[in-house]
Design a protein around this ligand. Structure first.
Ligand code: PBG
Length: 325
């Protein structure tokens, strides 16, 4: 007896049938929304290259947090844009620094929300690098670790639920973990930006955060986009040092890394759908070259399909509107 040729087409005939067998489904629970805090009151500034995203003063940020929380976006990543910078980024760990104030305001407005902070120095240093520099302009790894620990601790003391170091110094997860543990914050998780590539897709973010390096680039501490094996070693190191979540960043050009990380490590994998990935779709949609909703949801679905449990995306508010419709 001959079997009919298998065409694999029978489960795609109707919308209800397609829904029944869909493997990957986006949910607002999957998302974390990055926000940019600035000083002052009632301030809202547009960001070049990121339509729909604004730098906001803490009062407005609090209102926005509550609004989005009610729409189903329950997690936030806070970036601060400080009023002053210096060579060692001292405004990053002030008790009433910009991130510390933003965290307090956001937690007050939405106590149930997960408020995570980006721990890095590049917005706070006058040279724009993620760590301390020697006079010759070289990154100093170990002295930077001490400062990052101070920054993370000040965020947690202000009420942050999780810290996410994005600096890419070696040993920072162990160093942050021991600082937090010594200060009795044993329950506070660390999300490590483990596989952070030296990417062209951070362009709009550096405008938003005013954090482009004044000289040189980040290639001595961020990963070479060509290197997969080396990236696994970075993930492994952060895992061993005690990271609770491992992040791959950017997402779209690194879906293979997300997949491998998800297969290899028994902690949740996060993916950062970065500013340039957002800008590409926004710009093409503005020109009428792409259908924004379809393109954005397809991109985000691919990130989840690749194995990300958590997606950090500027599209989170739009996703909430689209999925709640
Ligand atoms: C800071 C940091 C950057 C991003 C997140 N944290 C910029 C960089 O490393 O240059 C980029 C996020 C984005 O592009 O959306 N180290």
């Amino acid at each position: 007896m001959r079997y009919p040729e298998y065409r694999g087409r029978r489960l795609r005939g109707s919308a209800a049938m397609r829904d029944l067998v869909r493997e990957t489904r986006l949910h607002t629970d999957d998302f974390m929304y990055p926000v940019f805090a600035i000083g002052g009151i009632n301030k809202k500034e547009a960001i070049e290259g990121m339509p729909g995203v604004f730098r906001m003063s803490c009062d407005l940020l609090a209102v926005e947090t509550k609004r989005l929380f009610d729409l189903g976006i329950k997690a936030f990543m806070v970036f601060g844009i400080p009023d002053h910078k210096d060579s060692h980024g001292s405004s990053a760990w002030e008790k009433d620094g910009i991130v510390q104030r933003a965290v307090q305001a956001m937690k007050h407005a939405a106590p149930e929300a997960v408020i995570c902070t980006d721990v890095c120095l590049c917005q706070y240093t006058d040279h724009g690098h993620c760590g301390l520099l020697t006079r010759e302009g070289k990154i100093m790894n170990d002295p930077t670790l001490e400062i990052l620990s101070k920054v993370a601790l000040s965020h947690v003391e202000a009420g942050a639920d999780m810290v996410a170091p994005s600096d890419m110094m070696d040993g920072r997860i162990a160093s942050l973990r021991s600082t937090l543990d010594e200060c009795s914050y044993v329950e506070t998780p660390i999300m490590a930006y483990s596989a952070k590539f030296a990417s062209a897709f951070y362009g709009p973010f550096r405008n938003a955060a005013d954090s482009a390096p004044k000289a040189g680039d980040r290639k001595t501490y961020q990963m070479d986009p060509a290197n997969g094996m080396e990236t696994l070693r970075e993930l492994e190191a952060d895992y061993r040092e005690g990271a609770d979540i491992l992040m791959v960043k950017p997402a779209l050009s690194y879906l293979d890394i997300i997949r491998t990380a998800g297969d290899r490590f028994d902690v949740p994998i996060a993916a950062y759908n970065v500013s340039g990935e957002y800008a590409m779709i926004k710009a093409a949609a503005e020109k009428g070259w792409l259908e924004e909703e379809r393109a954005a949801l397809e991109m985000l679905t691919s990130i989840k399909r690749a194995g990300a449990k958590l997606i950090i995306s500027y599209y989170a508010p739009d996703v909430a509107l689209w999925l709640n419709r």
